[in-house]
Write a protein that binds this ligand. Structure first.
Ligand code: NDP
Length: 257
C-alpha cells in the first residue's frame, strides 16, 4: 500500500480490457480505502464489469466511475470533464493507455482507415486527453501537481516489418511525452512513459480483426508479460515521492530480444 496515493483521483483511458483494466485494479489494491478511479473506454458494459470486479475485490472504500469516452473524438473529450460528478473532477493521475494496432501490411499496402484509426487513437487521442486534463493539474497548489502517465511501446523505439504505422504512432507518443516533461519541469506535474514489450491482452485480437487463431499465434513459443506486470510499474511510478520522476521505463518479457 502506498500512502502517497491515498485520496487521489485516477483516470485511466482504455480501462475496458488489458493493461488499462489491470492498472485500474492495481491502483485500487494499493490504496483501497480512499481512491477514486474513473474508468474510460468506448465499451461501457465492459467498464461496468471492471468496476464491479474492483468493488468485489477491495470493497466500496474505493469509488469507481465508469464513463464511456472515445479519446479520438475531440469534442467528446473536451466536454467530458465538465460532465463528471464534482467529487471526481479533481484528477491527480491521468493514465493515457488507450491504443490499438490495426492490420499487418507492408507500408505501401496499409489501408487509409487503419492509418487514421491508429493515429487518431494512439496520438491525437492521447493529446486530446492531455489537453483536457492538464489544466486541472496546473490549477492545483502553487505550481500545479499531478501525474501524466503515457503508455508507449518498444515499437516507439524500434520498427518492425508490418508495423510501420503503429511504430510511427508510438514514436510520436515518445517524443510528445519527452517534450511535455521538459515543458513542465518548473511545475510539480510529472510526465512519465512506460513502454512495454509483448503483453498478452486483446491487442492482437484487435489487430487481426477478431481472428483468435491469428492472435494466439503471436504468443506461440514465448511467454509474454501479463497486463499486471505493466500495471505494477505504472502504479509504482505514481507512488514515488513527488520529486522522483520515473520518466522512462522499458519493460520486457525475459525472452524478448
Ligand atoms: P487492449 O486491446 O486489451 O486494450 C486497449 C484499450 O484501449 C481497450 O480498453 C480499448 O477499449 C481502448 N481503446 C481503443 N480505442 C479507443 C478509443 N478510441 N477511445 C477510448 N478507448 C479506446 O490492448 P492493451 O491493453 O495491450 O493496450 C493498451 C496499451 O498498451 C495500448 O496503448 C497499446 O498500444 C500498448 N501496448 C500494448 C502492448 C501489447 O503487447 N499488448 C505492447 C506495448 C504497448 P474500447 O475498445 O472499449 O474502447
Amino acid at each position: 500500500m502506498s500512502k502517497r496515493l491515498e485520496g487521489k483521483t485516477i483516470l485511466v483511458t482504455g480501462a475496458s480490457s488489458g493493461i488499462g483494466q489491470s492498472v485500474a485494479k492495481e491502483f485500487a489494491r494499493t490504496s483501497p480505502q480512499s481512491l477514486k478511479i474513473i474508468l474510460t473506454a468506448r465499451r461501457l458494459e465492459k467498464l461496468r464489469g471492471v468496476a464491479a470486479d474492483i468493488q468485489k475485490e477491495v470493497g466500496d472504500g474505493v469509488k469507481v466511475l465508469p464513463v464511456q469516452l472515445d479519446v479520438s473524438k475531440q469534442e467528446e473529450v473536451k466536454s467530458f470533464h465538465g460532465k463528471l460528478p464534482d467529487d471526481f473532477k479533481d484528477i491527480d493521475v491521468l493514465v493515457n493507455n488507450a491504443g490499438l494496432v490495426k492490420g499487418v501490411a507492408q507500408a505501401p499496402d496499409i489501408l487509409p482507415q487503419d492509418i487514421d484509426i491508429m493515429f487518431s487513437t494512439n496520438v491525437t487521442g492521447l493529446i486530446n486527453m492531455t489537453q483536457a486534463i492538464m489544466p486541472i493539474m496546473k490549477q492545483r497548489g502553487e505550481s500545479g501537481s499531478g501525474d501524466i502517465i503515457n503508455i508507449g511501446s518498444i515499437a516507439g523505439r524500434e520498427g518492425y516489418p508490418g508495423g510501420s504505422i503503429y511504430c510511427a504512432t508510438k514514436a510520436a507518443v515518445r517524443t510528445f511525452t519527452d517534450a511535455l516533461r521538459r515543458e513542465l519541469i518548473a511545475s510539480r506535474i510529472r510526465v512519465i512513459e512506460v513502454d512495454p514489450g509483448q503483453v498478452e491482452t486483446e491487442f492482437s485480437l484487435v489487430r487481426f480483426g477478431g481472428d483468435k487463431a491469428k492472435a494466439d499465434a503471436v504468443y506461440a513459443g514465448c511467454e509474454p508479460l501479463t497486463p499486471d506486470d505493466v500495471a505494477e510499474v505504472v502504479v509504482f511510478a505514481a507512488g514515488r515521492r513527488e520529486n522522483v520522476v520515473l520518466a522512462d521505463s522499458l519493460i520486457f518479457p525475459n525472452h524478448q530480444a
